[in-house]
Design a binder for this molecule. Structure first.
Ligand code: ATP
Ligand code: MG
Length: 102
């Protein structure tokens, strides 16, 4: 099966006190596979999604999405990758107030 998402030994430590947000996470998601990420508050769901969607980068490990190794992209390359491949609805929406219709 072709993997559309692949995480290898992904660790994320924020520059803040507290536990490691993600510790050596491995994950593969196949083409046309639907995946729900569940877990208690603070378990790292948003961190995981931010690393897959590209706004954030891991402390160590590799994230590959749609055949592109995100760690190999520049900031501009990552922005272009997001524009081409990623759709994201944020937990707190982040919608532009003047674009809302309701
Ligand atoms: N920007 C940040 N700076 C410092 N620590 C952070 C930051 N974002 C998340 N964390 C920490 O990383 C860990 C994982 O947080 P994350 O937001 O990924 O969890 P979550 O599963 O999405 O939680 P929730 O269900 O509340 O949305 C927590 O310990 C959190 O405090
Ligand atoms: Mg969250």
């Amino acid at each position: 099966m072709t993997h559309v998402i692949r995480l290898e030994a992904v660790t994320k430590r924020y520059d803040a006190p507290g536990p490691t947000a993600l510790d050596q996470v491995g994950l593969t998601v196949g083409e046309r596979e639907a995946v729900a990420v569940r877990g208690p508050s603070g378990s790292g769901k948003s961190t995981l999604l931010d690393l897959i969607a590209g706004p954030d980068r891991p402390t160590s490990g590799d994230v590959t999405v749609a055949g592109v190794r995100l760690g190999g992209l520049s900031k501009t390359g990552l922005a272009k990758f997001r524009r081409r491949h990623i759709g994201m609805i944020f937990q707190f929406f982040n919608l532009l107030a003047d674009r809302r219709t309701a």
